[in-house]
Design a protein around this ligand. Structure first.
Ligand SMILES: [Zn+2]
Length: 233
């Protein structure tokens, strides 16, 4: 992984002076990556970056993409770097949201499009699975506080998955179909999962996912599983 520039992110909240550091990456790769049926790729050489964060001073959620274009770049190795202290407390690195916070962000109305809502709900779902499966993705960003990053309750979890189904209902891309299949399967609706699976072919990049999901549906197994990408070793 090659680090990219460090950006200074200023909280967009009204009258807030919150300042954060966003340590970007230039490039990475998926060597040694694990692939999971929920679409998560855990790649040691390709750390995850926060896509949305929260200012703990004023409680404003913000999308990093909105702020990065105009953000100034700083050199942290510069001895004149003004804010750095040993613990990064004055100038904290942007943090990830926790499972509950992704859903709170949806409630708070930060989504301008259905794509953004889908993004947050997928993040909530996969963050829940991270805890459930003890996955430890490599990350550039502070972790969410533990009380905001717990397993969702059964009803929170179910409600989120049903919302994802509704948001992807009319989408026909293989990525969206695979999300739907996996969600039907996790919810235990194997017939709906199989009906969607019948529309997928096993050639091409998604083949290993389709084969893995088919096998799990045959076994009526609703647990999140690993996908072996034979071609990638
Ligand atoms: Zn703020």
């Amino acid at each position: 992984m090659r680090p990219g520039p460090d950006y200074v992110i200023r909280c967009p909240g009204p009258n807030c002076s919150g300042v954060f550091l966003y340590p970007s990456i230039m490039s990475g790769n998926t060597f040694g990556a694990e692939y999971w049926t929920d679409g998560k790729c855990v790649a040691p050489m390709l750390p995850e970056m926060p896509q949305i964060s929260l200012c703990d001073e004023c409680g404003t959620f913000f999308w990093l993409d909105d702020l990065l274009d105009d953000a100034e770049i700083v050199d942290r190795s510069d001895p004149m770097f003004p804010w750095e202290d040993r613990n990064n407390t004055m100038f904290p690195i942007v943090r990830f949201l926790g499972t509950l916070e992704y859903l709170e962000a949806v409630e708070a109305g930060v989504c301008r499009t259905t794509d953004e809502e889908l993004k947050l709900r997928l993040l909530a779902w996969r963050a829940h699975n991270d805890i459930l499966l003890d996955r430890k993705p490599s990350r550039r960003g502070r972790p969410a506080p533990e009380q905001k990053n717990r397993l969702l309750t059964d009803s929170e979890w179910r409600q989120n998955l049903e919302a994802i189904l509704a948001l992807t209902k009319r989408r026909r891309s293989p990525e969206h179909r695979l999300v739907r299949i996996e969600i039907y399967r996790e919810l235990g609706d194997f017939e709906a999962a199989k009906a969607e699976l019948s529309k997928m072919d096993t050639s091409g990049d998604w083949g290993p996912y389709v084969r893995c999901l088919r096998e799990l549906c045959e076994k009526r197994d609703s647990r999140v599983g690993r996908v072996q990408l034979d071609s990638m070793g």
